[in-house]
Design a protein around this ligand. Structure first.
Ligand SMILES: [Zn+2]
Length: 269
């Protein structure tokens, strides 16, 4: 995949010549001293290209310093300083609205930004799908085949990221983990549950799933899990809203568990 590559001349130059530990000031000086450099102030390209993709099948996250609201480059945020590489219009992040040029991936634009959503847990999942299809149409290889090779690569990278964003935000559990990560809170959904009451409940449900031999019994367990999930989604939304992150983590661990039970019943059906 092209995910880990940026092909703009400027970023290529930075990657090749600037050690990662260099100070911000030195970085700017070095770039300015290049013979072909012209200052496109206030716009600069985002250099936050170092990404790592989680292999956790439940959620595909792109790890970068932006998750904690910090910018490691000299471009502080997409909305205020990113500009089109072609026409220098301010504000584009996937495709420039002025000239239609496809932009390189900018990781300071989070998944909520991609779909024009506020960063909150309760989202309208129905509207997500419409916006997702819209982006996929705009970035589709058939529509960008007349563009330069560089832009076609940007389109492929943007398209992959839009898929990641959609997959992550569509499901409440992965959305919850992602939104916590944006707040700088890592959630270990595999952490062993130690509360006796919950452990007892887990054992009881496991036995019920094992004993369920017909679709009626399995459907009943599924309905119970849906009820529990719905309760913990609400609990998470409130805990997240009020920044009660311990409670938010607690609800994610329960959501993970009930979701797994639900998946087990689907397999048996
Ligand atoms: Zn443009």
């Amino acid at each position: 995949m092209l995910r880990n590559q940026l092909r703009t001349p400027l970023t290529t130059f930075i990657r090749k010549t600037i050690p990662q530990s260099i100070s911000l000031q030195s970085l700017e000086e070095t770039i300015k001293n290049q013979p072909n450099f012209s200052t496109p102030s206030p716009c600069t390209f985002n250099t936050n290209a170092q990404t790592r993709v989680s292999r956790n099948p439940q959620i595909h996250l792109i790890w970068s310093s932006e998750f904690r609201g910090k910018s490691s480059g000299f471009c502080s945020s997409a909305s205020s300083t990113t500009c089109c590489w072609n026409c220098k219009s301010q504000g584009p992040f996937l495709i420039c609205q002025s000239c239609g040029s496809i932009q390189p991936v900018d990781h300071s634009v989070d998944y909520f930004n991609i779909f024009g959503l506020d960063r909150k847990f309760d989202i309208e999942v129905g509207s997500l799908e419409g916006k997702y299809k819209d982006w996929q149409k705009k970035l589709h290889p058939d529509l960008v085949h007349t563009k330069s090779e560089e832009e076609r690569e940007y389109a492929a990278e943007q398209s992959a990221r839009v898929i990641d964003a959609y997959t992550t935000l569509r499901k409440p559990l992965s959305r919850a983990i992602y939104i916590m990560r944006l707040e700088g809170v890592e959630v270990d959904e595999e952490q062993t549950v130690s509360e006796p009451e919950l452990l007892g409940e887990i054992m009881e449900i496991r036995e019920a799933v094992e004993d369920a031999n017909d679709s009626q019994a399995l459907n009943q367990i599924q309905s119970q899990m849906d009820e529990k999930l719905s309760h913990w989604y609400d609990f998470f939304a409130n805990a997240f809203q009020s920044k009660e992150y311990d409670d938010a983590i607690k609800s994610i661990q329960r959501m993970t568990y009930y979701q797994r039970v639900k998946e087990e019943t689907v397999k048996k059906l």
